[in-house]
Design a protein around this ligand. Structure first.
Ligand code: OKP
Ligand code: ZN
Length: 334
């Protein structure tokens, strides 16, 4: 399988994150890339398709913010990574502020996503890798893998969060639409709900979003991913949420994924984007499912059985020592 990755995706390396009330080492670290590269055959550098496909799903003011934030942070006299601390969640009127701290709160939905000086660059190339995979399958590959990092599925049209800045899966799905695929499906099987992808396509019927994830009653991102979220307007029925309890093992995960695949097969999609997270693995340090390495091959075989051209986009997976084997197992199923 063709694998796309750019070494600039490694540059983003925040020192610490706010985790359960204290600062700990950043879980979404560049060593994740090394672990995946070591387990895969040769990779290709993606072509640079520019900002237009990114701006097809993201707000221009938000993208400018990602580019400017590190400079504004330094100009405010700060060192280290930019971290938000005040959020306009109480329905304040939209005010046009330029102070870095105000911008951070406006454009981030959590405080766990530090913006180092390379956040934009790394996420830009992560999105280009996803675009390359999308174009590979549009040109006839059965499946292609985008070794994305930073992940993207928590990033909405105008917000970052959950280690994500640019939503690579959404960029890839939109590129497939723009290339003429009438309907695209996104299957999200990261441990965490992909709130950003859901939000981006919430009112649209042309991109079907299905997610299997840890239930929001116990797990991040809490405010999205409930079973009764089905989309709105034209998008009503084009969102499917299948939350599962902590401790979930292969049998019930596979059943839920099967329900998502049935819906995808019925929705008339001409191509598929898979947001793949290996944080469903039993030993993941920040998650609570119990999948084993071999399970991923079986899950991927089920996905391949739907018979759609498929761009696999990497999301989470934080047990670095097992990450290569888990990703290789998943890709072997195609
Ligand atoms: C990104 B992806 C737990 C805080 C949660 C954010 C998790 C982001 C996961 N104390 N931190 O979906 O793998
Ligand atoms: Zn995750």
């Amino acid at each position: 399988m063709r694998v796309f990755h750019d070494s600039r995706q490694r540059l983003h390396a925040p020192a610490e994150e706010l985790h359960n009330g204290g600062f700990t080492a950043y879980a979404e670290k560049p060593e994740r890339v090394d672990a995946m590269l070591a387990a895969l055959a040769a990779t290709e550098r993606p072509e640079d398709r520019g900002l237009a496909p990114v701006l097809a799903v993201h707000d221009a003011g938000y993208i400018r913010f990602l580019q400017d934030a590190p400079r504004l942070w330094r100009e405010a006299g700060r060192t280290g990574d930019a971290i938000p601390y005040a959020f306009p969640v109480v329905g304040r009127r939209p005010v046009r502020l330029t102070r870095i701290d105000a911008l951070l709160g406006r454009y981030a939905f959590d405080a766990t996503t530090p913006l180092g000086s390379h956040a934009f660059e790394a996420s830009y190339w992560s999105a280009q890798s996803a675009l390359a995979a999308a174009h590979a399958v549009l040109s006839g590959e059965r499946a292609a893998f985008a070794l994305c990092r930073p992940p993207g599925h928590h990033a909405g049209a105008d917000y970052c969060g959950g280690y994500c800045h640019i939503n690579a899966a959404a960029v890839a799905a939109q590129a497939m639409r723009d290339a003429g695929v009438g309907r695209v499906a996104v299957l999200d099987i990261d441990y965490h709900h992909g709130n950003g992808t859901q939000d981006i396509f919430w009112t649209r019927g042309d991109v079907f979003y299905a997610s299997v994830h840890a239930g929001p009653a116990t797990d991040y991102p809490f405010y999205w991913g409930h079973a009764d979220e089905v989309g709105e307007g034209e998008g009503r029925g084009a969102t499917l949420n299948l939350p599962l309890p902590r401790g979930t093992r292969l049998d019930s995960f596979r059943r839920a994924q099967g329900a998502a695949l049935d819906a995808i097969a019925r929705c008339g999609a001409g191509a598929l984007v898979v947001s793949f997270g290996a944080d469903t693995w039993a030993g993941d340090p920040i998650s609570h499912f119990a999948l084993e390495t071999d399970d991923y091959a079986l899950l991927a075989r089920d996905i391949a059985g739907v018979g759609l051209p498929t761009a696999v986009v990497m999301e989470g997976g934080y047990a670095v020592d097992a990450l290569g084997a888990n990703v290789a197992s998943f890709l072997s199923g195609f």
